[in-house]
Design a binder for this molecule. Structure first.
Ligand code: PRP
Ligand code: URA
Length: 213
């Protein structure tokens, strides 16, 4: 895959360790859900290391008063792409407990692999916020591209997209369609199979999170 200025592939030892367990077909639904949350927290920590909106407050220590920067919780909106993105929300809420949540419902047509939007509910004022769009799987990139297009149609200007596993095809597609969006992927897999599943991947993230298979 080409290098893109707007793409970060984490490739972090701790995250790789957790992804190895996540991939395992024997991993239980409970453990899968917990791992998705933990990986998301680690990703968020990295992804926001320079870009968290802050406000200045005065703190009185036992010795003197000083100005300090604190995170503005309400300047971030989490937007999961349903269903599987839901599994990542708590992993961000651990760090930003009062971040509001918008929802975008998309499913892939099994034949065409084209995304179909079926739901959208976003918090008021989202256009002024930093939007963290999340979905564990970035396969063809169709769902992420459409979700970003939708967010932009609501006026969102600051969007970061986080996916746990990405296929090179999908990462390139989103990076080229939306050069103004920062894309964070924990690990880049080999390719897609003929049904649009990521190889080696982890199977269907929604089914594994919610036990629907
Ligand atoms: C999965 C996944 C992404 C999408 C990725 O959702 O959670 O949203 O596929 O594929 P793409 O990059 O090719 O668009 P799915 O359509 O299976 O819906 P679900 O989460 O409701 O199971
Ligand atoms: N959606 C998934 O859940 N898994 C894949 O491998 C591709 C799309």
């Amino acid at each position: 895959m080409k290098n893109y200025d707007n793409v970060v592939i984490f490739d972090h030892t701790l995250i790789r360790h957790k992804i190895a367990i996540l991939r395992d077909e024997k991993t239980s639904m409970k453990e899968f859900r917990e791992l998705v949350e933990e990986i998301t927290t680690l990703m968020t920590y990295e992804c926001l290391k320079n870009g968290v909106p802050t406000t200045e407050i005065e703190v009185k220590t036992p010795l003197e008063t000083c100005k300090q920067q604190v995170v503005s919780d309400n300047s971030i909106v989490i937007v999961p792409i349903l269903r599987a993105g839901l599994g990542m929300v708590n992993g961000i809420h651990v760090l930003f407990p009062s971040a509001r949540v918008g929802h975008i419902g998309m499913y892939r047509d099994e034949e065409t692999l084209e995304p179909c939007e079926y739901y959208c509910k976003l918090p008021k004022g989202i256009e002024e916020k930093l939007v963290l769009l999340v979905d564990p799987m970035l396969a063809t990139g169709g769902s992420a591209c459409d979700a970003i297009k939708l967010l932009k149609s609501y006026g969102c200007k600051h969007i970061k997209f986080m996916a746990i596993i990405g296929a090179p095809e999908g990462v390139s597609k989103v990076a080229e369609a939306h050069p103004d969006v920062n894309i964070y992927v924990s690990t880049l897999d080999r390719c897609l199979n003929e049904n649009g599943y990521i190889l080696p991947g982890l199977g269907d993230a929604g089914d594994r999170l919610f036990g629907t298979k």
